[in-house]
Design a binder for this molecule. Structure first.
Ligand SMILES: [Zn+2]
Length: 221
């Protein structure tokens, strides 16, 4: 399928998401939270999420497995395995210790958005695409930038309100890193890295977030 190759000619493209995924994602998040409190020691397969692939228009299933172990690798609250196309969730990750349910909910959801972006990303359907990716710095990989964009879009959507929209616009307009809204603090180090090493990612990220902002009801710019 050559059109996949056309997509990755661009430095990056915004991953299309199927509509109305939110309730399905919430159910997976609930399962991860129940698991977190259960002290369960066996892997658990959750319900699948059935989607229509927005690129191929074909039906597909996202399979999630909740794992009792943790893996110490960057950001491993969840991961996507491109070989078997399964998303694993690691609720016992030490970064999540002592979090209350509301914060757990937010974190699992952010990460599940990220992994679903990988699942849908047409780049991962190019044969052997994933094989050499480890040679590239994690934060500079297009597929990670695209997945983090989705995650950050979700965080902005959940935090943007009438009181903080001006601050957000200021960052989009003339913002260096010091204008980054506080609810994006978790991503500050990564975004700083892009400012320094990949300024075009900042430009694309801001375009993507501008579109999110336009969806907010008081967004007249
Ligand atoms: Zn990733």
């Amino acid at each position: 399928m050559n059109w996949y190759k056309n997509i990755i000619k661009f430095s990056s493209h915004n991953i299309k998401f199927p509509e109305n995924l939110d309730n399905d994602i919430n159910e997976i998040v609930e399962e991860a939270i129940n698991y977190y409190y259960s002290n369960e020691e066996k892997p658990k397969i959750t319900d699948n999420i059935d989607i229509i692939d927005p690129y191929t228009k074909e039906e597909d299933k996202i399979i999630f497995v909740i794992q009792p172990f943790t893996v110490d690798f960057i950001n491993t609250i969840a991961s996507f395995n491109p070989q078997n196309r399964i998303v694993s969730i690691f609720p016992y990750h030490h970064n999540l210790e002592n979090f209350n349910e509301q914060i757990l909910f937010q974190h699992y959801k952010e990460k599940i958005y990220h992994e679903i972006a990988h699942f849908i990303d047409p780049k991962f359907k190019i044969k052997d695409f994933w094989k050499d990716r480890n040679k590239i710095n994690y934060l500079l990989r297009e597929e990670e930038f695209d997945a983090y964009s989705k995650e950050i879009e979700f965080v902005v959507k959940s935090n943007l309100n009438d009181n903080n929209i001006e601050e957000f616009k200021q960052w989009l307009r003339d913002g260096n890193i010091s204008f980054l809204p506080i609810y994006l603090n978790f991503y500050r180090e990564m975004i700083s890295y892009w400012y320094k090493n990949k300024p075009e990612y900042i430009k694309i990220l801001k375009q993507r977030l501008y579109n999110v902002m336009k969806g907010h009801k008081n967004a007249e710019t």
